[in-house]
Design a protein around this ligand. Structure first.
Ligand code: PEP
Length: 246
């Protein structure tokens, strides 16, 4: 009943010709009908890939502002003008390196929704949070803005990505049962805030060193609806194998 999604976050990797080769390769493959395949290339390539038909294109970020004197930023309206349907927000690298707060991320979500773009909303605890057994509390607080301040209609358009920070790019993957426990917890928060229908329908992706060797087990968990993939999305065979892991 929920949409299965595998999204590749290319981060700041690949020059133009490398990106084109990977994009063309992914565009030419066939995927299971019930899986939405998304790639998030660097922003300067978004426009040249916006005619994709076999994969969907996502931005890796967006400005919280609508327009004006914000050098280097790009707006949700600009993304919508090149027909983009998805944008990642709140990735842990932006929270850490760009000091993005929950409030700023919420403002980005609002901008995207206003322009008809689906936010892929990232959350996840640090190793310190997990070791001090605060992981549920931390994730709940990262979600609080969108749970408290969005209408149910707006929330129903969001995709959540749970990405434990200690698993991103480290080769360490969450134990599938631990990941399932967090996904179940997040779904419970959505249930409390918006009711059963929306909680049943919200796709919650897992991210953090997801690769062909662990994706099947992760995706077999009841509340894991796919993955947000970093490193393994830069290799078309690995990415394809993850897409075929459901
Ligand atoms: C990510 O950056 O969202 C991610 C999950 O990266 P990796 O798969 O490389 O851990």
């Amino acid at each position: 009943m929920r949409k299965k999604i595998v999204a590749g976050n290319w981060k700041m990797n690949l020059n133009k010709s490398e990106a084109e080769i990977l994009y063309n390769d992914l565009e030419s493959k066939s995927y299971p009908d019930d899986v939405e395949v998304i790639i998030a290339p660097a922003s300067i390539y978004l426009d040249s890939f916006s005619n994709a038909s076999n994969v969907s294109i996502s931005s890796q970020d967006v400005s919280a502002n609508s327009n004006g004197a914000f050098t280097g930023e790009f707006s949700a309206e600009m993304l919508s003008s090149i027909n983009l349907r998805f944008a990642i927000v709140g990735h842990s690298e932006r929270r850490t390196f760009h000091k993005e707060t929950d409030l700023l991320i919420f403002q980005k979500v609002e901008m995207l929704l206003k322009h008809g773009i689906t936010p892929i909303f990232c959350c996840g605890e640090s190793l310190f949070d997990r070791e001090s057994k605060n992981h549920f509390k931390v994730v709940k607080s990262q979600l609080s803005q969108i749970l408290s301040n969005l209408s149910s209609e707006d929330f129903s358009k969001i995709v959540i990505a749970y990405e434990p920070v200690w698993a991103i790019g480290t080769g360490l993957t969450a134990d599938p049962q631990d990941a399932q426990d967090m996904h179940f917890f997040v779904r419970g928060l959505i249930l409390e805030a918006f009711g059963k229908d929306i909680s049943d329908k919200t796709s919650i992706l897992y991210g953090g060193s997801c690769k062909p060797s662990n994706s099947k087990e992760l995706f077999s968990m009841k509340d894991i609806d796919g993955g947000l993939i970093g490193g393994a999305s830069l290799d078309s065979e690995s990415f394809e194998s993850i897409i075929n892991s459901f």
